[in-house]
Ligand binder design. Sequence first.
Ligand SMILES: Nc1ncnc2c1ncn2[C@@H]1O[C@H](COP(=O)(O)OP(=O)(O)O)[C@@H](O)[C@H]1O
Ligand SMILES: [Mg+2]
Length: 351
Amino acid sequence: MKIRLENIVKRFDDNTAVNDFSAEIESGELVTLLGPSGCGKSTMLNMLSGILYPTEGKIYFDDDDVTYVSPEKRGIGLVFQNYALYPHMTVLENICFPLEIKKVPKKERIERAKKMAQLVHVDGMLNRKPGQLSGGQQQRVAIARALVKEPRLLLLDEPLSNLDARLRIEMREEIRRIQLETGVTTIFVTHDQEEAMSISDHIILMKLGVLQQYDKPQYLYDQPANCFVADFLGNPPINKIEGVAKDGKVLLGDDEVDSTIRVDNVPDNTKVFLSFRAESVILDNASPLKAKVVMTSVMGKEIITSFILGGKEVRGYMNSDVELKRDQEIGISFKKTGVFVFDFESGERYL
Ligand SMILES: Nc1ncnc2c1ncn2[C@@H]1O[C@H](COP(=O)(O)OP(=O)(O)O)[C@@H](O)[C@H]1O
Ligand SMILES: [Mg+2]
């Protein structure tokens, strides 16, 4: 099912939680709503489910206006952070429950619930109570319970937040597998950029209730619309140094950055940020742009070097045949990708 959000606004008294939000979500996709805590993700999801109604704007499921339709008439499945399973019921009874409400005959509901239990890999524990399951298993049951009604739309609000790091990674892959196997249109909410990057067809990044960028994960990373997007995505976080635009070049103090980095459309003396990914740094001793090594550290299979550039400590993955020593002077240049110039005040992207 396709979804269209048209100029959605949600106000709580004088607090605007979602502001002029428009987007279309293609049928069968997994789209993630990503952003820091308080940016309006749950509010948006709750308007999609019908728990909340927007103050302004329209929501369409395919061509139907569902803006003010109640939750139970929308054909949605919901999964929250806390699994909200019924503690006194078995796994099988929990998964069956939505079908019981819909008065599906007993034989059929058990068949359908067992099929769902198989899909989410809890078919070996149908007679256990939720208290006898791990967090990951409980969340699998919650997903099965949401899917058993064959919803047109699956909504997941930070479903992995209660799980430990290793289980989170396993479960996010499971959610993607289940989503691909069922083909159900899915909206997934998280504040974790790595989680969003790893499982989404598209990501919607939000800040203070406003959509910042809606794109494929890799595109968001490679072509951030503004400084906020660049800062939010990537681990280690993107490096960011204050500079000034002059004659189409970027100056860090008295040093001129790489002549290939041009900002000809920017007025002289505009304050900017030079932002670059750790993987975009080149150790280039012929470069006039000089930096001072702070330390090198091993991060998994990579060696990352931190160095002072433009008065700020930044980091890069650099290939060096010899070990770089503290306080050593090195020359720096940049690759063509992963280097950006933003306006210091507005965050608007110049390069
Ligand atoms: N029921 C409510 N009443 C008043 N303010 C709310 C309510 N729900 C959310 N908000 C406010 O709306 C903003 C967005 O909240 P929320 O959608 O929960 O953010 P997120 O899910 O991204 O963390 C926050 O400023 C929050 O305080
Ligand atoms: Mg939330």
